[in-house]
Write a protein that binds this ligand. Sequence first.
Ligand SMILES: C[S@@+](CC[C@H](N)C(=O)[O-])C[C@H]1O[C@@H](n2cnc3c(N)ncnc32)[C@H](O)[C@@H]1O
Length: 335
Amino acid sequence: MTKETLNKTLSKARENKNDDFYTQLTDIEKELKHYKTHFKDKVVFCNCDDPRVSNFFHYFSYNFERLGIKKLITTCYKNREMDLFSKNEAEQAIYLEYNGDKSGNNVPDPEEIGIKYLKGDGDFRSKESIELLKEADIVVTNPPFSLFREYVAQLIEYEKKFLIIGSQNAFTYRDIFTLFRDNKIWTGVDNGGTKWFEVPPGYDIQTKSRIKIENGKKYFSMGSIFWFTNLDHSKRHEELILYKQYSGNEKEYPKYDNYDAIEVATYKDIPSDYDGVMGVPITFLDKYNPEQFEIVGLIAGNIKGLAGIPSATGRDGPYMNGKLKYGRILIRKRS
Ligand SMILES: C[S@@+](CC[C@H](N)C(=O)[O-])C[C@H]1O[C@@H](n2cnc3c(N)ncnc32)[C@H](O)[C@@H]1O
């Protein structure tokens, strides 16, 4: 999906006022299998999740014993407007605590799940939700995309471990990029491809190919969806194999007008023998191994002052032959 289409899709989602894309269990399983050891004796918090519909709650409650989780807390946001899913009919927002299977059937039975009422609406920024956050070790959810910046800032402020879903657009949000640069956040494992999210029955978009109905449920497909985390995983330490050479192929790697850096059109073309700064596509972040590369900065038409190296002309953004090019991440190989 092009960035423009993605933006249109996201703004359409905002128009639809729902931010309501419900993550499928298979997508959660595909990612979570890479973090099995992280959850032992931990308090897990899903803070944008109605336990009645959230597959995050489903996943963690059913895998509670296998992962060795200490406690699972889930809070549900009560929209002031009626939830479009209409399953959320309770007047009050609820939260739920699960301490594991007591009856020995390895299934979370209703009487084992403590449902409690929140005083407020369950907003992740509310005082009572923050109190629960303080108790948590790891936060795992798909938060509202429209509040992604604030959502991540809060996790960082409270020094929480997290594994959350977001859009590729977030890579170039100033605060989020800075966290990437400083190795405080990175992408998860199962990224980039198209994912189908369950949406409310009344949900509608122009592109019919992006909607499907299966077993009476409606799904919406979104591309460029990524997991964002600060939990370590093995993919993050995989070396990118560099096949190309700069030396002898200099013409393939022109320099920007305003930065002392070469343009590398795709991560596959990163040369193995260039020690200076290189501009690579934003999606490089999903290939980034911090032992192999250093992130120097970000250059894009709408981004000011994040290049990490001086601009010879004083202009921000990657210019070549006077023309502004696609946004780039600036990187350098570690020696
Ligand atoms: C993208 S949906 C994902 C739902 C669920 N986490 C999942 O993955 O299936 C985002 C959810 O965040 C909830 N939400 C919206 N604003 C919120 C807020 N301020 N605090 C907590 N939850 C919020 C919405 O009701 C919605 O259910």
